[in-house]
Design a protein around this ligand. Sequence first.
Ligand code: NAD
Length: 341
Amino acid sequence: MTSTIFERLRSGGFEQALFSHDTETGLRSLVVSHDTTLGPALGGVRMYPYEDETAALEDGLRLAQAMTLKAAAAGLDLGGGWSVIIGDPARDKTEALLRAHGRFIATLGGRFIPVNDVGTTQADLKVIGTEAAPVCADGDPSPMTALGVLEGIRACLRATGGDGDLRGVRVCVQGAGNVGAALARLLAAESAELLVSDTNARRADAVAQTVGARVIDPATAVVAECDVLAPCALGGVVDDRTLQELRCRIIAGGANNVLAAPGHAAALEARGILYAPDFCVNAGGLIFLEERLLGHDNARAEHRVRQVGERVATVIEHARRSGVSPTEAALSLARARLRPH
Ligand code: NAD
């Protein structure tokens, strides 16, 4: 018998994939632990009507791996994990189902710490928390993600000849959701020139009105002429097609998995576009969650989140010194923390 799941776990360096089923509620869920070398695995609980089990597993694996990198790159004492519940949140989500999922998480003895993601809310995490501890259900990390992105943008401007001043710098914010809206507000306070786009036109209009931005068509936002493209919607923004059409000089935003394929990091370098690795620049929310778990106050979290800018600057410096892309430099710095010897 060929074992494709074990082969996938081996090749990606995963520790564990816990498949759970609950007869009473029909729950089908997964918890993936990628790497807990640095601490317990922290990651989202995503509830989504996946096409099949393979799609659910692959999503969980990919996201767990990204969390390991993000925590390691941000200097946190956390590992990477992720959880998925197969189902339609609008139809299938019940208190009993969430509690059943919580009981399975509890069997991991605190090695997985869940936070809400697509299809789950902080209230849902509180329900899961009646069965498992600890959970992150207290405080929205998005404003801190946005603050880290702001400091990351500043670092990129400094690395390309600027002094970090955002006045008059044209930034295109793609996605006016939790992170995008918060980032737009921060940029407006620094007198940046703002373009905003969202597939939800009402959301784009509302944010644009509050911050004095120009709304642009979501179909062309990625290729808008600007200094900084800040992807704050979905991943896969840079692909073979958009790569040729980009008209920005810096890409730094809140979205995960901005590059459709790893090779796009070097291709952006070749085009002279500075790309701040997503897992580095969007780590502010995770830093905030760690601070919350440690029981620290917001002022301390904010201080640490602002250091995202220094981390991005270090990554760019390493990249330039070694003649690699910032993504490669960030990956090797993160891996050095995970495997110091
Ligand atoms: P959100 O759902 O609140 O906002 C996303 C917005 O993007 C929505 O308004 C949606 O309508 C819009 N959108 C979707 N496709 C679009 C497109 N093609 N063009 C323009 N707009 C589009 O999500 P969020 O919490 O703001 O997260 C945004 C991104 O940042 C996600 O990729 C998320 O994984 C990532 N992220 C978020 C956090 C956090 O703290 N929330 C932390 C790290 C990474």
